[in-house]
Design a protein around this ligand. Sequence first.
Ligand SMILES: *Cc1c(COP(=O)(O)O)cnc(C)c1O
Length: 382
Amino acid sequence: MTRDIYRELGVRTVINAAGTYTMVGGSRMSEETLSAMASAARSHVVIKELQRKVHERLASITRNEAAFVTNGAAAALHIAGASAIARKWGRPFPSLSPEQISKSEIIVHRAHRNPYDWSLRLLNCRMTEIGFPNMILPTTEDDLEYAITDNTAAVFYFFMPPGGWVAKGALSLEATIRVASRHGIPVIVDAAAQVPPAENLWRITGQGADACIFSGGKDLRGPQASGLMVGTKDFFSWVEKTAFPTYGVGRMFKVGREEIVGLLAAVEQYVSMDGESRVQWAEDRIAAAMKAFAGSSMVTVERLYPNEAGQPFPQMAFRFAVPGCSEEILRLLREGDPSIFTMAADGESVFVNPITLRDAELDSIVERMKEIEALFLNKGGK
Ligand SMILES: *Cc1c(COP(=O)(O)O)cnc(C)c1O
């Protein structure tokens, strides 16, 4: 019998209706991935040898020159930044003087600043900001051109399609790469949550980005503490000198053989998955939920496309006809049995994102929404 560790610990499991949020464990691995990880854990191997084989396979199945498994997208961002600085000076990162590091520059659009860029800020280099996070004066290619100096190590680009939570005002990725490549400056792309679609695993580097970073623990459904970086042979020769198992900064971002193998298994499954029928499944589930509440004076189900991460995958929001009620809805969902975790879409509605959900879980959510609807209707005396 398998052990129920959460029951033993007295930790409640939740249905995750929010999407691939790290605070509730991002996504779930397949049995196939779990068994690959268990198999990796049983023996010792020389990590460098394992990395070489896995990275070669990951590069090939993601149609890239090179790939690297890290312990998360945030870690990958730090490693990519350190690798770019090392590359700029032509020396391994730990051999650089504090002055060399602190005068190195990474260019970033103000529209692309976000809490994950601590991964770059902590490198201790200079962050050169360009443009504004709005459309009154969109960033121009000249703005980027003028920001490039002899100390520029990389341009950082946060990739998120319109409709996602990114601010407006940045150059397109295409224009950014055009300017940077004229100067031989690598472009590092944070696309952590940008699968689906699976094609992004090769499309962004196909446009000329030197490194593109994905979270392994979100929709890729790899180990929660894994990240995938793909890109060019030249840039990745510096990544290999910087990342684990190299001493120096790489050593702080240890990635286990279980994660290395687990992410490979997950990516193999991801690229062979039928993305279109998965979208159709979500559309069908959303249509069914809309139908279940058709004619309700209390609840409206809204289809949202793209989703909050800008992914071409539909999600929905349940809107209640009670001003300012979303916090109470969240509480009622959390306190129900089974417990349901999600986020507010606004003051009166909450997200139900099918991306992490199974059919039986969606059934439970609709059932619970019906109960809450009845509760509110009774309270309102309608
Ligand atoms: C989730 C996310 C990250 C961090 O990914 P981890 O794999 O959890 O480290 C970085 N950047 C963006 C834009 C993200 O959405």
